[in-house]
Each structure stands twice: as structure tokens, then as C-alpha cells.
Design a protein around this ligand. Structure first.
Ligand code: RVP
Length: 503
């Protein structure tokens, strides 16, 4: 006979937090939202800790380099989508890793014999206008000069004009030695009114560039998530088919963590993928797995070596898996079950495997509920798709700004590898839709407003850290009738659009 899970399967909206005692210390400014991303042993620190417990979904409409940078600036992390060639995905990782924080390794380098036409082409590809000229055109070659858009006039200068004829030669360029720190580099930049400062070794070879804009943004992002070399932290999605080719490219490009992107993770395919990574990289490559919705699935992936486990099937806003296949589980019930299994696993083995709640978060309070139910961090798709920095188009629909948002299992994304069960390399039927979501402006404003609500609710529960929230939270199921009581009711709203949706 089949197994029947006891009780009904619940979603976030069916729960509320019951406030606990808050002392005068409990103010939003004192709340710490740090969360472990990857597993660690009792008494040790995780190799990666998020400053903000949010990661962006492994989706074409969500996680490109621009969003990854904006989210890392707010302390979270993106997983660049894997439904593209491994080379393109690695290029996006490199774009994030070379973006800033201190010295940037230049990805737009010239030789003295290149032509203006080639300079223009490179500029179009990389969108970088400051291009070092090195002896061999390599990022760390001997520096001979620099080309910026002030050095040429595309409309007047001949296209075959050589770089050596219009570059600013190194003798006239202000450079700094490799021993300079970021603050000293910034002083040089300000004193000399520069936009960028090349950093060079004693033998004249180029280390990289420090940009004025980076120092400014570094100053204004106290929460940013950086690696040991002060580059933004970024992750990458992988699948269970082409990992032997894809993983090396992503690791090479500097991905800080990988995540197997699959709609259903309790499978031999995931165990094989994890085993291959452990065989080839030991524990040096961090990799999450999923998705699962119960304790059994969690234990399987934890035993198979996952660094974190993702929870959620069918709850995503664009997901129609439950309708198409009848599989899944209410996100709250799935999360509670898996978090219990994580705690038990920790008791037994001394290894803490973080749990990520993936999909189905609509309101900011859902985030706090998920964290209170035990999630270490949250993966969000629809939430991030709404911001300026997501890769999708902003369009006007019925007079309102919208952003496009489509599922990885939709006919538009055709991410067959995410739904692969070992058959043909194709999507046999769709499990996702193509949609619009209301445009929500810059990521920073949206994330900061959500975090403020989380902090404030945590204070109502008497919790100053996420661990304390997990311990102290008191949750209650609500009846369908009391849901009505939760919104504005029995009043006539002065403006019909006062009800703030999706927030
Ligand atoms: P949401 O945040 O509710 O938009 O959900 C995002 C999640 O939905 C993703 O992280 C992924 O797990 C899932 N997803 C992505 N594509 C699809 C689909 O096409 N069914 N589902």
C-alpha cells in the first residue's frame, strides 16, 4: 500500500508568527542576518557565509551578471543560470568576478598593433572603455600604455589607425605599485583626477586596474559579499548531464559555489553528479543539490555529499509541475519536515547541512516565516525578476511597467536538463509558464525594504540572529476565515490601488 503523509500539506500563507518577548536590545539595527551557505562541522565556521539570507533563482529571467553584482552588493548571492552553453555561463561568472572590489583584472586588453576598428569591436563586446595596452595583449603582460575613449574619435580617425599611434604611452600614465592598498590607490585617483589607476609589478607587468567607481561603491556597500580576493561572490547552476564538461569551466572562471538545478533531486543522477565532483575536486568545490520535499530526500542528498539542500517542488510562481504531474508538497510543510531532518542529521553526525527554501515566496513576511520554520536561506525567482538588474525586458502592459518572467520548464526557456530523467535531450512537456511581474525598480531599494521588515518582525519575536529566530519563533496555523481579518476589511478604501500587492 502507498504511504500517506499524515495531515495536510500547508503553504506559507496559512501561518502567522505569534510575537514573543522583546527586550529593549531588540531593535532592527541590532539584528544580524548572517546565514551559512555550505555545510560545516560542529564548532567550525562554514566556508561561505551569506550576509543576507537570499540567493537568486537559477533562471534565465533572473540570474545574469548584473543582478549577481547588485545582489552581492547587498550581501546575498546569485546562481547564474545553467540553461546556456558552459562557455557562456563561465563568461558570466568571469564578468562578476572581475567586476570590482579592489583591483580588477582587465578583460579588455590591446596590443600596439591592433587597429581602431578592433578597439571598437572589443569595446562593444565588453562595454569597457579603458583598455590597457600590453606587449602581448594578455591581462598581465608588460604595460605599454592605455587607451580610453578620450584617445580617439571614431567618426574622424581612420578605422585602420594603429593603437600605438593613439594610445597614451606608459611614460605618461600615472600608475601605482602592486604594494598599494585600496585606500592609497583611491587617494592617487582623487589627487590626480583619474578614472582608473593601473597597478604594475616592479618588472612593469600589469596586475590590474583600480577604478574610481569601485571605491565609491565599496564605501557605500557595507554589507557586500566578497571573496578572499575582494571579488564578489557568485554561484552557478549545473545539471546532471554535462557536469564533466561544465564544472571545470565554471570552477576555472571562479564560481564560489555550484548548485545542481533540478525540479526533482531525490535521484541517482544527483548522487552521481555529487560523486563526480568529490572524486575530482574533493571538498574544494562547494555544491548544493535538490530539490526535495521531505526528510528522506534530504538525508539522501546529505549522505551523497551535498553542501546544502534545496527544498521545494511545484511551489514556484511560474511552476505548473503540480498541475502537469501531480507531484510536489505545500512549501511550508516540506520545509518544516526537511529542517527537522537537518537538525537530526546534525545531532547524529555533527555536520550541519544548510537548507534553502526555494520558490513560492510572494510577500516579504513569507521570507520571515520560512526563516522561522528553519530555512537557512531563501531562493527567490519572481522577487528578483521584478528589479531593474534582472536580465529580462521591461515592458508596458495596460499602462503599467512590467518585467517579463518565465519558468525554466516553459516553452521559452526549454531547460530540458532540469527535468531530465535520462531520456532524449528534449523537454517532453512544459512545466512552467511565460509571464509578467510588476516592475519594482532598483534591487537595492527592494531588498533593503524587505530586510527591514524581516528585522522588525524578528525583533517582535525577540530574535537578534537567524539562529535565535529558529529557536524562539512561535507559529500558528490560521483558518481561512481569519485570513480575511489579516487584510484591510470592512472599510471602503479611498484609493482602489492602495492594496500593496507582491510586497
Ligand atoms: P518563485 O520565487 O516563486 O518565482 O520560484 C522560483 C523557483 O521556481 C525556482 O528557483 C525554481 O526552483 C522553480 N522553477 C523555475 N522554473 C520553473 C518552471 O518552469 N516550472 N520552476
Amino acid at each position: 500500500m502507498a504511504t500517506f503523509f499524515p495531515g495536510v500539506s500547508h503553504t506559507f500563507s496559512e501561518y502567522l508568527l505569534v510575537p514573543g518577548y522583546s527586550s529593549s536590545e531588540c531593535i532592527p539595527a541590532n539584528v544580524d542576518l548572517k546565514a551559512p551557505l555550505v555545510k560545516f562541522r560542529r564548532g567550525e565556521e562554514p566556508a561561505i557565509t551569506l550576509n543576507t539570507p537570499m540567493v537568486s533563482a537559477i533562471m534565465q529571467a533572473v540570474s545574469g551578471p548584473r543582478l549577481a553584482i547588485a545582489l552581492a552588493q547587498e550581501g546575498g548571492m546569485s546562481f547564474i543560470y545553467g540553461s546556456q552553453t558552459a562557455e557562456d555561463e563561465a563568461r558570466m561568472i568571469r564578468e562578476v568576478k572581475s567586476y570590482k572590489a579592489g583591483v580588477v583584472v582587465s578583460d579588455s586588453n590591446l596590443t600596439p598593433d591592433m587597429t581602431l576598428a578592433e578597439v571598437m569591436r572589443l569595446k562593444e563586446q565588453t562595454h569597457h572603455s579603458a583598455m590597457p595596452v600590453t606587449e602581448n595583449g594578455a591581462p598581465h603582460g608588460k604595460l605599454l600604455g592605455i587607451v580610453t575613449s578620450r584617445d580617439y574619435r571614431p567618426s574622424r580617425d581612420p578605422q585602420d589607425k594603429l593603437v600605438r599611434e593613439f594610445m597614451t604611452p606608459v611614460e605618461k600614465v600615472i600608475v601605482a605599485p602592486a604594494t598599494v592598498n585600496l585606500s592609497e590607490a583611491n587617494d592617487i585617483i582623487w589627487e590626480n583626477k583619474l578614472n582608473q589607476l593601473p597597478i604594475v609589478e616592479e618588472d612593469g607587468s600589469l596586475v590590474g586596474l583600480v577604478f574610481r567607481k569601485d571605491y565609491d561603491s565599496h564605501k557605500s556597500n557595507p554589507n557586500e559579499l566578497l571573496d578572499a580576493s575582494k571579488r564578489y561572490v557568485v554561484g552557478a547552476g549545473i545539471n546532471t548531464r554535462d557536469y564533466a564538461e561544465r564544472v571545470p569551466l565554471l570552477v576555472e572562471a571562479g564560481a564560489d559555489a555550484l548548485c545542481i538545478d533540478s525540479s526533482e533531486g531525490y535521484s541517482e543522477w544527483q548522487a552521481r553528479t555529487l560523486a563526480w565532483i568529490r572524486e575530482n575536486y574533493g571538498d574544494s568545490v562547494k555544491v548544493g543539490a535538490g530539490n526535495v520535499v521531505d526528510a528522506e530526500g534530504f538525508r539522501f542528498l546529505a549522505d551523497a555529499g551535498a553542501d546544502f539542500v534545496k527544498v521545494g517542488i511545484g511551489g514556484g510562481s511560474i511552476c505548473i509541475t503540480r498541475e502537469q504531474k501531480g507531484i510536489g508538497r505545500g512549501q511550508a510543510s516540506a520545509l518544516i519536515d526537511v529542517c527537522e531532518a537537518r537538525d537530526q542529521y546534525f545531532e547524529e553526525t555533527g555536520v550541519y547541512v544548510p537548507v534553502c527554501s526555494d520558490g513560492g515566496i510572494v510577500y516579504d513576511y513569507h521570507m520571515t516565516l520560512a526563516l522561522a520554520m528553519g530555512a537557512d536561506f531563501l531562493m527567490l525567482g519572481r522577487y528578483f525578476a521584478r528589479f531593474d538588474e534582472s536580465p529580462s525586458e521591461r515592458v508596458t502592459v495596460n499602462g503599467s511597467y512590467m518585467k517579463e518572467y518565465w519558468g525554466e520548464g516553459s516553452a521559452r526557456a526549454r531547460n530540458w536538463a532540469r527535468y531530465d530523467l535520462g531520456g532524449d535531450k528534449k523537454l517532453s512537456f512544459v512545466e512552467g509558464v511565460d509571464s509578467y511581474v510588476p516592475y519594482a525598480g532598483p534591487l537595492r531599494d527592494g531588498v533593503q525594504s524587505s530586510l527591514l521588515k524581516i528585522r522588525s518582525t524578528m525583533c517582535n519575536c525577540g530574535a537578534l540572529t537567524l539562529d535565535e529566530l529558529k529557536e524562539k519563533a512561535r507559529l500558528t496555523l490560521v483558518s481561512a476565515t481569519s485570513l480575511v481579518e489579516g487584510g484591510a476589511h470592512d472599510v471602503v478604501l479611498k484609493e482602489t490601488n492602495q492594496q500593496v500587492l507582491f510586497n
